[in-house]
Design a protein. Structure first.
Length: 220
């Protein structure tokens, strides 16, 4: 009889232990699932917040920064503008790019000098003037170096070949000494469309803060 009672007691104890283990396992699984769901929810929230922050940089406006850069100076400004505003970049690229010798304005026989002295020579064929989904952009910044007081003519075809209707267009230039001058107004006349705004001139030594200050001044 004692042996039978001992066996019964052992079976009851073993059953209790198994039940406890099963309960603990279920509780652990429940905790893991809850933690995993919370992490997934937190990740989704973070992603949504990041997306909101990105779009808020430009106030929900889709922006393009198009530029021609002869020596890299305009490119540096354009890249900083795009970075700060979350904008897309488009480089205006001549099929026959300018060499350092071509850009020597002190040489009357250099390419830019000949083109300057002969306006009919200023047509510069570009690799492309087409920007993917150009119609989707609300604001277009156009950057260029100043050549003889006007916008470097490689930007001309880009301006004349695109329709800026309904877009805000903001020119900016880089120059060692010359100002923006009438370069923006002349490009606006070439375009014939778009709401062209007053532009900004940057020197070769422009620092990031100057660019950021201009963006804030514009409200982007």
């Amino acid at each position: 009889m004692k042996k039978v009672m001992s066996i019964v007691i052992c079976v009851m104890m073993l059953t209790g232990m198994l039940t406890a283990c099963g309960t603990a396992s279920n509780e652990e699984s429940s905790v893991q699932n809850t933690t995993s769901q919370q992490q997934t929810s937190d990740e989704a929230t973070t992603t949504n917040e990041e997306s909101t922050l990105d779009s808020s940089k430009s106030g929900g406006t889709k922006i393009l920064v198009a530029y021609y850069s002869a020596t890299g100076t305009t490119e540096a400004v354009a890249e900083k503008l795009a970075e700060q505003m979350g904008a897309d970049l488009f480089e205006i690229t001549p099929v026959d790019e300018y060499t350092n010798e071509d850009l020597d304005w002190t040489d009357d026989n250099s390419r830019v000098s000949v083109e300057h002295n002969n306006p009919d020579e200023r047509h510069v064929e570009l690799v492309t003037t087409e920007v993917e989904n150009f119609a989707d952009y609300d604001t277009v910044f156009i950057g260029y170096p100043i050549w003889w007081g006007i916008a470097a003519w490689p930007v001309d075809d880009f301006v004349t070949e695109n329709d800026f209707t309904g877009k805000t267009v903001i020119p900016f230039c880089t120059s060692a000494s010359s100002g923006l001058g009438e370069s923006g107004e002349l490009l606006a006349e070439m375009a014939g469309t778009g709401d062209w705004q007053e532009g900004q001139r940057f020197s070769g030594g422009t620092d990031d803060q100057e660019i950021i200050d201009w963006i804030e001044e514009l409200g982007y």
